[in-house]
Design a protein around this ligand. Sequence first.
Ligand code: MN
Length: 732
Amino acid sequence: MAAADPLLASFAELKEKVRAARPKDDLAPLDRAFQFAVERHNGQFRASGEPYITHPLAVAHILAGMRLDLVSLQTGLLHDVIEDCGVTAEELRRNFGEEVAQCVDGVTKLGKLDFYNAEERQAESFRKMLLAMVHDIRVIIVKLADRLHNLRTLSYLDREHQERTAHETLEIFVPVAHRLGMGKIRSELENLAFRYSDPLAYEEILSAIESKRHYNEEFLHEIRGKVEAELRRESVPARVEGRVKSPYSVYQKLKRQRIGVEQVYDLLALRIVTDSVKNCYAALGIIHNEWRPVPGRIKDFIAIPRPNLYQSLHTSVIGPHGQPFEVQIRTEEMHRIAEEGIAAHWKYKEGKHGPAVDDQRIAWLRHLVEWQRDMADPGEFLSTLKVDLYPEEVYTFTPRGKVLALPRGATPIDFAYAIHSDVGHTCVGAKVNGRIVPLRYTLKNGDIVEILTQPGHLPSRDWLPLVKTARARNKIKHVINASERAKAIDLGQKLLEKEARRFGVSLGRISKATFESVAADYGYSKMEDLHAALGYGKLSARSVLQKAAPDQFQTPEDERPVEPAAPPAPGAAPPPRVEDGDYTLKVQGIDDLLIYRAKCCNPIRGEPIVGYVTRGKGVAVHSKNCPNVQSLLYEVERRIDVEWSRSTSEFFPVHLVVHTDDRPGMLNQLTSVLSDENLNIRSLEARVDHDAGADGAVIEMTVEVQDQKQLERLVGAMRHLSGVHDVERLLH
Ligand code: MN
């Protein structure tokens, strides 16, 4: 490139800007980034016909104007090389380090989000998502600078492209700049975007302003001189600027007040920038002393800053010839923050904020004002700055691009219920970004979630701990309650039939009317409710039978008090022992809602078991060896016979603790025993056993067995291994 090359001149100018703002920085990395971008963009051109490199260079100029650090500037120079030149993040990492690579990658990812197709009502979600997705604030700042330069050069693109860019800017980027308090870039973005989104309105407002230009200039000159003189007289040091409001702010006013452009009078504004808060109020007094304030238009954003930390005093007054105009009064510090927002904060010193700034969502902004006090180097400050604007939410997509905002920690089940309760109920799995994930997966910002459904599927109680949204929880509970009730009715019927046999009662001899009156005694209007109450364990079958058939009821032999003196009556026939047959409750492997394996002993198939009707939760199935059984079965009337169902081939998780020598190969030996039995290992963890000294180890595992016999075989085989001291089964 020749020395006169305008590109090189522009880059030299960029370096001058950086040198002025950060005299201590070594600019070599900037040279390398520029060189790299020039080479990679070689042969590419902008719509304007200029070499492509002019764009990243202009973006870097905008960033230098904000006095940003070298990482931001390098990111500005390199921001399009991944997207347009096929450079990988890895290559950037090698050449420019982790931070630059991550920032360029972040800008590239933001560029891929299709904000334009976002429905109107989703715009807020998109704005939040944009902020939430980025982990380094510099990514957003570079993106805003990129967008600004694209708007400045938008005239070279076709109408469709212009509309799209303008719309997206007003919907997404202007509010983001506003939230970050970056008033200067926001104003330029919105005025440029306005010009392309509504060219007619823009032209109309511009010509209305232009037609009064002479008058406006005269007027501003006059009041500016007057204000300056008054301030000088009161010894308030200040800079006074007069300006005509921007086309976009006039446009907003027209829309708000539903008036025509010829009716907008207060196009004019004065800004007073002074040295201290005290002098801000002094200046306000001087203005109000001179001109009559418009009631209700005085706003004190110094005492109560805006959520984005903007501070100023605003007032509107009626000037000479009845011409109203607005006055903003602020300190230099406040001015810089109003213009540069987050990019200025590391220079912010006062850090005084009114109590009204309580919004959790901007709490981080306040924090960083505090952090910076301890940090001498703004570069260090920026690089430690992580964006967590919306820590309580995650933003996810449907496969069609709709945004769903969910609480942090939400799972695909929450997502499914957020779409529709039927999708939630029938959800059997989920894909996130194209890959199958477990339903307990925690959703992350930007995840594209596809729910797999199966007609007829119903939610289970296991889902309750997995969901974060109230909506999902309520819907799941509703379904569980309904299906639990159906099961309770069924179980209640069975319990009644079974207990009838035990107490010698023939249900067939009890009339429907009798049962209904018994139900009514308990406060139930239907037999169904009585059955449900029995199934839930709210009532005992025994007392129902006693009421319904007092004449038939006999206390069974096994409950009669044992009288040692009385020998069994000779010749008396043993009480008829009816085979339980169909009335025995079958225990399936998987836990039924109302017949479930007790957590204290987790019985497995083949083990001797006993049922116990709990109060309100159905039948708990315990191992006969369970230490709880004796005390539970004290209430003999709640006991119920149960047996294993033969019909299923479920597996039962069993938790084993194996004490072994701590030597290599031990684990292999154990797992080969497991694989001989074809057992599935759910989890396995080995550690040194501190109780057994240095040469002992403990291996804990959860394996899935089919039945008691298999477990016994397994434990036997393990105990036979040399080096195994003991195998325990944990009962929980
Ligand atoms: Mn770009």
